[in-house]
Write a protein of this length. Structure first.
Length: 549
């Protein structure tokens, strides 16, 4: 047993280091991209400037849509690093990704052993949505880690005889962190998984343990102080917006992100590529023993219950189903493990080879398309062209290597699964270090803000007109809040100011803004993605304006 514990500790160290490299290399190499990265980043900037660690602010307004945990983590990282930048703002997500990988290992270990646990952790780390979320400023991966952290100790005490008070207390602690990260959904997701598992296992009575009070106490100890402080300070509107409107109202009667009921039946496969493609072969995979049977039952309940829950919501976004990723990794790991051990039945073996071969084959036309697109930028953007050509080369080599592993059938020496995993890790790291930073000029507001700062002094008034209330890319990269003028009347009053004022107008509102601004050309303009922004001054002369670029 002690030898197993030493081996497990080594596994955790190796997995932690590998996940750390995968998720943190080049973490700050690219800018913050819309819509949410600059928003949360600017909230951290303004909280730090105000010395207020309890309420997020954006553009001099209280940002009351999200709980506080991410902001605390980002502020702490920035304090330690000596400043706020893209890397410190993304560090909470990277740490959440590392925690998710390690917790997946700990979940699988007592059920199926070290080998299976390592495979599941590796599959999770190289699942597209997990990798991408670990490199974004957002809260969804933090929520997923907290949900998994709630389920793991409960699974241990239910199926492996762990200490009930300790297990429930750890679960309550993780749920409390999740409640501080994303609100009530941090209770709903692990609660549905645990309840569904004990019901289908006919062990519901085990939830009546007095040790459950330990979970309640730990949860309240972690989550309650901040919420109680808000109530004591009289921030009822903050609480109503964050807890009720952003959760209950968004679930039942949303104002954005509306999607049909089958939305996640599509994005489960797309966002969890490429490992989601193997999931059908894991259906009804015969377990080797009772422990593996319990693990498979838990994972299937986990996946199906959460997909059903999120499908019932009228508001849908693909990152919402991140808590499902560990379950998918567990199920596919069982398939991959047997495939590598050459114990799969012929039908499943053929399926895995076909899927691997098809994926490798699809990488070849993808490489051609990426290379063709890169050549189009050779004259105008050499850095992007070079990064695109390297990406095309990697896609070609990866596709050929996967096809060779499938066709040669060299057994464990050159198996398609580790070849696929190695290709994904290499391509993801390259994308983080070279490809994504090369796309910055087309995704970041930095260029527009640099242009703005050539005209706008720190003391000059700068506003946005009719932009999204929380549009924060202009604020983050100009180093100042850019409050929003929400109506034509507000723009008129601002534009008639006796002092020189500046306003940023986005493409969709340009025609409306010209009812006040007239036909003067912009001082500056830049395209960002499918949008464009224009800078105007109420004191500019026509000859001052630059030609559109």
């Amino acid at each position: 047993m002690e030898g197993l514990r030493r081996s497990s500790r080594r596994d955790l160290i190796v997995l932690g280091l590998a996940a750390g490299l995968l998720f943190t290399l080049g973490l700050g190499a690219r800018d913050l991209w819309n819509p949410n990265e600059p928003l949360y980043g600017q909230a951290v900037v303004e909280m730090e400037a105000r010395g207020d660690w309890l309420i997020p602010w954006v553009n001099d307004s209280v940002f009351n849509e999200k709980p506080i945990l991410y902001f605390w983590m980002a502020l702490a990282a920035s304090k330690i690093a000596g400043g706020i930048d893209e890397a410190t703002l993304r560090l909470p997500s990277a740490l959440s990704g590392i925690a998710l990988v390690l917790l997946t290992y700990l979940l699988v270990l007592p059920y199926a052993g070290r080998r299976r646990a390592c495979i599941a952790a590796a599959i999770l780390a190289t699942t597209y949505i997990v990798f991408w979320s670990a490199r974004q400023v957002q809260m969804d991966l933090l929520l997923a880690a907290c949900c998994l952290g709630t389920v793991v100790p409960v699974a241990r005490l239910l199926d492996h005889g762990g200490r009930h008070l300790l297990g429930w207390s750890l679960a309550g602690f993780a749920a409390g962190l999740g409640f501080l990260a994303k609100g009530p959904v941090a209770l709903v997701c692990p609660g549905l998984v645990i309840l569904g598992y004990v019901l289908i296992s006919r062990r519901a009575k085990e939830l009546l343990s007095p040790a459950l009070l330990g979970a309640v106490a730990a949860f309240l100890l972690v989550a309650a102080p901040w919420y109680v402080w808000l109530a004591w300070r009289g921030e009822q509107s903050f609480l109503m917006e964050m807890l009720f409107r952003q959760n209950v109202s968004r679930f039942v009667n949303p104002w954005d992100h509306q999607a049909p009921w089958w939305y996640y039946l599509k994005y489960l496969w797309l966002d969890m590529l490429p490992w989601s493609l193997f999931l059908p072969a894991a259906i009804a995979l015969a377990p080797a023993d009772e422990q593996e049977r319990r693990l498979h039952r838990l994972a299937w309940v986990w996946l199906l219950v959460l997909i059903l829950f999120f499908s019932l919501s009228a508001s849908k976004r693909s990152p919402y189903i991140l808590p499902v990723a560990p379950a998918l990794a567990v199920l596919v790991a069982a398939l991959v493990d047997r495939w590598q051990q050459e114990t799969l039945d012929k039908r499943r073996l053929a399926f895995c080879r076909i899927i691997s071969g098809a994926f490798g084959l699809l990488l070849l036309p993808a490489a051609y398309l990426v290379g063709s697109r890169a050549r189009e930028y050779a004259a105008t953007d050499p850095a992007l062209a070079q990064a695109g050509m390297i990406a095309a080369s990697l896609l070609t080599l990866g596709g050929l290597a996967i096809l060779a592993a499938v066709l040669l059938r060299a057994g464990r020496k050159f198996h398609p699964a580790p070849v696929l995993l190695g290709f994904l890790a290499l391509f993801f790291v390259f994308g983080s270090l070279r490809l994504l930073p090369a796309i910055d000029p087309y995704k970041s507001h930095r260029g527009m803000c640099e242009a703005i700062l050539r005209h706008v002094t720190p003391a000059a008034p700068l506003r946005g007109f009719h932009v999204w209330k929380w549009r924060a890319g202009y604020s983050f990269y100009s180093g100042r809040p850019v409050p929003n003028l929400a109506s034509v009347e507000e723009l008129q009053r601002y534009w008639r100011s006796p002092e020189e004022v500046f306003v940023v107008v986005e493409r969709g509102r340009l025609e409306l803004a010209r009812t006040v601004l007239g036909e003067i050309p912009p001082l500056e303009w830049r395209e960002t993605g499918s949008n464009a922004a224009y800078l105007f001054s109420n004191r500019q002369e026509p000859e001052q304006a630059l030609k559109p670029r």
